[in-house]
Design a protein. Structure first.
Length: 578
């Protein structure tokens, strides 16, 4: 008995002594390149600590011939998820005695193709980095037996980019990063290599590019909600049960009716008062910066478009992360789509396949149509995660709650700050020469849909809007006991003393607006949508523009983005952004 008791007492110790579980494997990124890469690689490793294992050999990669010769050695045992590589700085050396480049352009192209072919045997996920600028006057002071000229940097980069796009390899445009940051400040005395600040700037760009590649390889995938006849029955049954649980006090709550105007003149007279009440519900918002300041984090060249990752100072609580896509071949200011993400993703979903109702990333689809695309992150998304009042100790919901409390102290709502941030993004867009400020549309799904129609309501610079899911009438949401379907960020102050959400949406008239909503969406009760359709449709009719308001309800669809919805959105912008 005593022996048995001793054994029992020992069991906890035996349990504790078990070996700990191995940590999950992190992806491996191989960085290849010349001395410029040697400068930024250790910094990239620090920036991606816990996200990826960075492998970077201490050897200078040299020219393309040397790189290809050493690939087998550098790849041995690495098994990289992504390879980020560069060659060019040594290829373009112009020997004074030989009176020739170290590797002529045609040979450079041939070598690049061979390098890509070998790397693709190991991983399909490759990124080529452009050669960084040369400061000719500083380089000449080295009095070496070779010269480097920035015109050759341009020529070799042009050839490399052409090859990479043909081979389906995205290009990390480090040359652009240096030019944007000021080559004279970032490049050292020898006109080639980088100051500590310069290497830091390059490391930021490379790390950001690698995060994007790793997300693309392992994207967030949400389970599609149930649809079809069985789903309709299940939804109706669940709604009936939930409705019975709502206390009478909340069932009886009524919002003052929004009266539909009978004429265009009546609406024009009433609209300023409606707008003032909508804006007041957002709270006492701080003035936006007069001149939006943007910092270029990284830049890529991809088939059909250029990509810029930006940070924009919102003038209150830090920077907004954002992504800009600029189609190739623009001949002037172009139609622009302000794409606003949902609560489940950040700006990166714009380039994620098999989302937003299609196999092709929606951002790519937009760019192919010749539209500039801009995707800013809301608070606690993207680079803004962990940048709330408690810093990195709070993320997602905790950061949301702290920001909600913080802004209440100053008399403003968190949703008001969302709308303000989207206006700051719009302010920045209007400074870009690629953007036609008269043809900017806003769209998104879920939280992004709501961001779109609120922004269009308070800012007439939005020429048209398209909201997928999340067309919510608040009184109906309460009657069905579904306030929990929306986060704290979603709510404003005092709006329902005046009217429901139809008053907000009516402010968009007579500009075109499209809504696409599944009737199996508990966050957007169908009976409320019908009221909105009647009220807002009436405003558009009074304004003489009934064809500019369109709402489609899908009886057997939930909170999702379907291929049919994507077709509707594209057709809407094709029509109204011309």
């Amino acid at each position: 008995m005593r022996a048995a008791l001793s054994l029992v007492l020992l069991l906890p110790s035996l349990t504790i002594a078990q070996p700990p579980k191995a940590p999950p494997e992190v992806p491996r990124v191989l960085l290849l390149g010349d001395s410029i890469r040697l400068g930024y690689a250790p910094l990239v490793a620090k920036k991606l600590d816990g996200i990826a294992e960075i492998v970077h050999h201490k050897e200078n990669g040299g020219d393309t011939a040397t790189t290809f010769k050493n690939l087998d050695k550098w790849l041995d045992g690495v098994k990289p998820t992504v390879v980020h590589f560069n060659c060019g700085l040594h290829d373009l050396k112009f020997g004074k005695k030989a009176n020739a480049h170290q590797v002529p352009l045609d040979e450079y192209e041939k070598n690049l193709r061979a390098i890509v072919a070998r790397l693709k045997e190991v991983t399909p996920h490759l990124v080529f980095a452009t050669t960084t600028p040369i400061l000719d006057d500083r380089h000449a002071q080295r009095k070496a037996d070779f010269d480097r000229f920035n015109k050759d940097v341009t020529a070799y980069n042009d050839r490399a980019v052409k090859v990479m796009l043909e081979l389906g390899v995205p290009v990390d445009d480090l040359n652009r990063i240096v030019r944007d940051g000021g080559a004279g400040e970032l490049i050292g005395k020898d006109g080639t290599h980088y100051t500590p600040a310069g290497s830091e700037r390059l490391a930021d760009a490379v790390a950001d590019c690698m995060r994007r590649q790793l997300r693309a390889k392992n994207p967030t995938v949400l389970k599609a909600p149930a649809s079809g006849p069985d789903a309709v029955k299940a939804y109706q049954d669940a709604e009936a049960v939930a409705d019975k649980l709502v206390p009478e006090a909340f069932k009886k709550m009524r919002v003052p009716e929004f009266v539909v105007p009978v004429s265009k003149e009546e609406w024009e007279k009433r609209r300023p008062d409606v707008r003032a009440k909508v804006v007041a519900s957002l709270g006492d918002l701080p003035p936006r910066p007069e001149k939006p300041r943007a910092h270029l984090v990284s830049a890529e060249i991809r088939p059909g478009f250029r990509l810029e990752r930006l940070r924009i100072d919102n003038g209150v609580d830090g920077v907004m992360s954002a992504m800009l896509l600029i189609p190739d071949g623009l001949k002037g200011p172009a139609p622009t789509v302000l794409w606003l993400h949902s609560s489940s993703y950040d700006h990166t979903q714009l380039l994620q396949p098999n989302t937003n109702g299609g196999e092709e990333p929606l951002g790519v689809t937009f760019a192919k149509r010749g539209w500039v695309v801009f995707a800013p992150d809301a608070a606690w998304y993207g680079d803004r995660a962990g940048q709330g009042p408690a810093g990195p100790r709070e993320l997602t919901r905790e950061q949301q709650d702290s920001l909600h409390k913080y802004h209440l102290w100053f008399g403003r709502t968190l949703w008001g700050m969302f709308v303000r941030d989207d206006q700051v993004a719009l302010d920045y867009l209007c400074t870009r020469p690629e953007v036609d400020s008269k043809r900017i549309g806003a769209t998104g799904i879920s939280m992004g849909s709501t961001r779109s129609w609120w922004l269009a309501a308070v800012d007439d610079r939005i020429a048209c809007a398209a909201g997928v899911a999340c067309l919510t009438r608040y009184e109906n949401l309460l009657h069905h006991g579904q306030l929990r379907q929306h986060g704290t960020y979603y709510f404003v102050n005092g709006l329902l003393k005046n009217f429901d959400s139809e008053g907000v949406i009516a402010l968009i008239a007579p500009r075109p607006v499209l809504f696409l909503t599944g009737e199996l969406d508990a966050g957007s009760p169908a009976d409320g949508i019908k009221v909105i359709e009647g009220k807002v449709g009436g405003v558009y009719k009074a304004a003489g523009k009934p064809d500019r308001f369109r709402s489609v309800r899908y009886p057997d669809v939930g909170h999702t983005y379907t291929p049919e919805m994507r077709k509707e959105v594209l057709a809407w912008f094709d029509r109204w952004l011309k």
